[in-house]
Write a protein that binds this ligand. Structure first.
Ligand code: UT7
Length: 318
């Protein structure tokens, strides 16, 4: 059976942090951030808010479920990617399950950082194809701002808080996720990580070697998109839309150039949200859907890379 997208939902806080706001916080300029990253603003959870990653996930999931036309008790599985979970354990997905009242669903988290959504989409496709599940919610729920070093201009300008959710459901074999590939390289774990224990907010902030992440990202994503398409029996020319993790517009452009993809085959919304880790692909899918850029029959690839390093690609027939 094919695992097709039945609904997409997003959530992000109203509070916006612009590049001009950041100029007052660290030594940077709107011009530097715009030209080096493409980011103009990001949504940030206000410091006095009590919302958790699971609350973000629930808000996005409810919209995805409404679009899919399914009730909570029709969900068989909930998979949540995040880098700053509600608690060390149980999984944030379990809190989401409880808040949704999805009493028939199993729930677990994926720790694949920014690649969480493509890992989750792969799992959902396997669960549906095997007949074990009919509806699987894949969620990226990210509250990143509390774990940023707000004195490090190299990293704090990049990230935003948001959630995105997709309901994968049963469809015809020739549609939905056709093939996925996942990869990891733990020897690169030192270039992007968040140390310290969950639940303690002392001295916990993300470390990032931006230059190294940039270089790795361009190489591994270019390779995995090409090879996943090839294994599925296609070339990059056959691709109608590439929906990538939104980290930096220069990474997106470099990959588009290497793959020979024109701008109309790329989805870019990093200027509005910054890097929202595992939420970024569903946020990009939601925009593409709202703009009428996802049409039945299109060949679509999702691709992401993040800390681990972990990366992956899902090739889909929409
Ligand atoms: O989801 C995966 C997570 N992370 C990423 O995808 C990040 C990938 N990396 C990047 O996006 C880019 O490497 C950055 C945006 C982080 C940095 O851009 P870059 O073009 O690689 O800049 P750079 O690190 O080579 O730094 C160039 C200069 C340096 O100054 P000097 O040494 O040339 O004097 C930096 O200190 O820019 C300086 N710089 C800044 N200047 C103004 C670094 N950050 C800033 C800043 N404002 N915010």
């Amino acid at each position: 059976m094919g695992a097709i997208v039945r609904g997409i939902g997003t959530y992000y806080p109203d509070n916006i942090l612009t590049n001009s706001d950041l100029e007052k916080m660290v030594e940077t300029t709107d011009e530097w951030i715009t030209t080096r990253t493409g980011i103009k603003q990001r949504h940030i959870l206000p410091k006095d808010s009590n919302l958790k990653a699971s609350d973000f996930g629930v808000a996005a999931a409810l919209k995805a479920m409404a679009q899919a036309g399914i009730a909570a008790d029709e969900i068989d599985g909930i998979i949540c990617g995040n880098i700053n979970p509600d608690k060390q354990f149980p999984a944030t997905a379990c809190f989401i399950q409880a808040k949704l009242g999805a009493k028939h669903a199993f729930a677990f988290d994926i720790t694949a950082a920014c690649a969480g959504f493509v890992y989750g989409a792969n799992m959902a496709a396997l669960l549906i194809d095997s007949g074990q599940c009919r509806n699987v919610l894949v969620i990226g729920a990210e509250i990143i701002s509390p774990v940023l070093d707000w004195t490090d201009r190299n990293s704090c300008i990049l990230f935003g808080d948001a959630a995105g959710a997709v309901v994968f459901g049963v469809g015809p074999k020739e549609r939905g996720v056709l093939l996925s590939q996942l990869k990891s390289d733990g020897t690169q774990s030192e270039i992007l990580y968040l140390a310290g224990s969950v639940g303690s907010d002392s001295n916990r902030s993300m470390y990032m070697d931006g230059k190294q992440v940039f270089k790795s990202a361009v190489t591994v994503i270019t390779d995995i998109v090409r090879s996943t398409l090839q294994k599925a029996g296609y070339t990059t020319q056959d691709l109608d839309l590439l929906v990538m993790h939104q980290a930096n517009v220069r990474i997106l452009s470099a990959i588009a150039d290497k793959l020979g993809l024109p701008p109309e085959k790329m989805v870019v919304n990093v200027e509005r949200f910054g890097n929202t880790s595992s939420a970024s692909i569903p946020l990009a899918l939601a925009d593409a859907h709202a703009q009428g850029r996802l049409k039945p029959g299109m060949l679509v690839a999702l691709a992401a890379v993040g800390g681990g390093m972990s990366w992956g690609c899902n090739v889909m027939r929409w």
